[in-house]
Write a protein that binds this ligand. Structure first.
Ligand code: F6P
Length: 490
């Protein structure tokens, strides 16, 4: 029976505190919990040397977890180095922060090879392999070198860098070549899809055989966009199960205080200073709102072994203290910050209680906070979403207050509008956004990608000659829904 095998750097291990689950890990958990499968990745730990490195296997609720530690060198060079000091800033238009080190690149390749080797060891010929994110651009190349013929898909959760950047980056061309060893490349937005198609065709001189299909040395790669969704029903259900008091705004001493929530990893791509500056200007020009509004920032310090992030964290705390020091009075501080990582349900309660959610990313693959905030609202009294036009979510959530976070005047205007928005307008915008979220949730995202991956398997292997035999070639019980979708489609 064929299985789904997912590879991602972070794995949300059951009951583990060690590996912090980010947006991707939560999405993968949701995506796998229905269909089951194997989840391969890093267990969040470090060991001294390769000899101490081994894969642990754990089975829980339809998912087999297959994780291993990284050596200290791999953690430094692959994770802190090439992934987060080269690729991450490159993909987020921060050329000024891109650092390149050939040794780190070598280790990145070595780690990609390590995980490819593990997958090759246990994958059956009809298993579907789905690799996630910028940590693993080269995995398919190693799988191919090891003789693997399975269809392998790749999904990039973050934006795709421009042609200019790939041209400038040493090893840029080689990485794009590796990327084209996948059968299907999934991007978050139409813009990212366009950029990826352009980069692959120009850099490798690949031939465009259809709108979203490239051919390179007899190998065909499909490049499409699949905006990642959330578990809308799950969020609504878990909030409905809670006691009414747990999710209603606190009606105590701060009865009229409006809350503006921000939930971000402390990352330079999140536009945290743009937001704080806009808030400070707003408070300065509108003293009547003092003690009436509060910005609740849930901030997870992130990647603190990377110097850029250490500096950013210090600047973040300094900026917040400055603003609080300038405006605080009586018991009120304009910004309260919480650094603890919250269980998912806790976070949903925070969303439900907040009047406004303010997302100010300067560049963001999707931003699932935007989607989760909307899904967690009370339909009878929903809050307002202020959403950066540079977040992938802005392609779907057009009924948010969409702003340019670098335009301080526009940010302040949006904040005022959000604070004063009448109930009828809040409800209308909420309903429109919910329609979008329900029309394409996390299950649709997974099914759409995997159906396409299975389809490319058919299209490329059987050359569209015998539809029925192609479909029955893929006999998974776990993927019966995909099987049916394939039959409908072909
Ligand atoms: O968006 C990319 C991503 O991998 C997300 O999954 C997650 O929110 C974040 O980055 C986690 O970063 P890290 O694994 O470096 O802590």
């Amino acid at each position: 029976m064929s299985r789904l095998i997912i590879l991602s750097n972070r794995v949300s291990l059951p009951q583990s505190q060690k590996c912090v689950a980010g947006g991707l890990a939560v999405a993968m958990q949701d995506a796998l919990s229905q269909v089951g499968g194997v989840w391969v990745g890093w267990n969040g730990e470090q060991v001294k040397q390769e000899a101490d490195q081994h894969f642990d296997i754990l089975y829980k609720s339809k998912i087999t977890y297959m994780t291993c530690s990284l050596t200290e060198k791999q953690y430094q060079d692959y994770y802190c180095g090439f992934a987060n000091n080269t690729l991450w800033p490159a993909m987020h238009d921060r050329v000024d922060l891109v650092e390149y080190d050939a040794d780190e690149y070598t280790t990145y390749q070595q780690v990609n090879r390590l995980f490819a080797q593990k997958i090759c060891e246990f994958a059956q010929p009809d298993d579907l392999i789905w690799v996630q994110d910028y940590h693993f651009l080269s995995v398919a190349r190693y799988c191919r070198e090891m003789g693997m013929q399975n269809k392998i898909g790749f999904f990039l959760h973050i934006p795709f860098a421009s042609l200019e950047l790939w041209q400038k980056m040493p090893s840029g061309k080689s990485l794009i070549h590796d990327l084209c060893q996948y059968d299907l490349l999934g991007l978050q937005t139409t813009q990212d899809q366009k950029t990826c198609l352009q980069v692959c065709s120009k850099l490798l001189k690949a031939q465009k055989i259809q709108r979203d299909l490239l051919s390179l040395n007899q190998k065909v790669v499909a490049i499409r966009h699949y905006p990642i969704g959330i578990d809308v029903t799950g969020i609504q259900q878990s909030l409905a199960d809670l006691n009414h008091q747990d999710v209603s705004p606190d009606v105590g001493a701060q009865a009229r205080m409006k809350t503006i929530i921000g939930v971000d990893r402390i990352d330079y791509s999140k536009g945290l200073f743009e937001r704080f500056n806009a808030l400070a200007d707003f408070l300065e020009k509108n003293p009547e709102v003092h003690e009436q509004v509060q910005h609740v920032q849930i901030a997870s310090p992130s990647r603190l072994d990377v110097a850029t992030y250490q500096r950013l964290f210090e600047r973040f705390k300094f900026k917040m203290d400055l603003i609080n020091h300038e405006f605080q009075r009586n018991e009120w501080s304009p910004i309260v910050c919480n650094y603890d990582s919250k269980p998912h349900l806790e976070l949903m309660k925070f969303y439900r209680q907040a009047d406004i959610c303010w997302i100010s990313s300067l560049k963001d693959g999707m931003n699932l906070v935007a989607k989760e905030y909307v899904a967690a609202q009370d339909a009878e009294n929903p809050g307002v979403l202020i959403l950066s036009k540079f977040a992938g979510a802005a392609e779907q959530l057009t009924d948010a207050l969409v702003v340019d976070p670098t335009d301080r005047i526009a940010m302040i205007k949006a904040l005022k509008q959000a604070l004063n928005m009448p109930l009828a307008e809040r409800k209308y915008r909420y309903q429109q956004m919910m329609k979008q979220l329900q029309a394409y949730d996390i299950n649709d995202w997974r099914d759409h990608f995997l159906t396409d991956l299975a389809c490319t398997q058919y299209v490329h292997r059987f050359e569209c000659e015998n539809t029925k035999s192609a479909v029955s070639f893929y006999p998974s019980h776990a993927f019966q829904h995909i099987h049916m979708q394939l039959e409908n489609r072909l």
